[in-house]
Design a protein around this ligand. Sequence first.
Ligand SMILES: [Zn+2]
Ligand SMILES: [Zn+2]
Length: 141
Amino acid sequence: MSDGSSPLTGACVCGGVRFEITEPLESASYCHCTRCQRRTGAGASANAATAPGSLRVVAGEELLRSWTPPDGMAKVFCSECGGHVFAEHPSDPERRGVRLGAIDGDPGIRPSFHQYVAYAAAWEPILDDGLPRFPERRPAD
Ligand SMILES: [Zn+2]
Ligand SMILES: [Zn+2]
């Protein structure tokens, strides 16, 4: 549980990779894109944007591997357990998005929209949670 003074912490499945986030998360959302389904094996992925430079790997840096699609963020995961921990901008490693499920305890933020709902899994209806839904990527403000 974050009170804004202690950093958030998180880890991969096996615990070999650990990270901390020293500033409050900026926004969070559910992504229903096909890539997130393939990456997680789930119907959607919950992600949060971090303040630039605020996510720091504190253990297991050598275990990290990534896959960078031609048109998106690098997907960074633990080579030991396969657990995804964050996404990183290919040309600016300060810009990272964190996987909410990798965070210990309460991340201090809640997802506020759904994106890429046009690709949502046929087998999992999107929760009727009142949040805005965008067929593709959420348009920039
Ligand atoms: Zn691991
Ligand atoms: Zn996605």
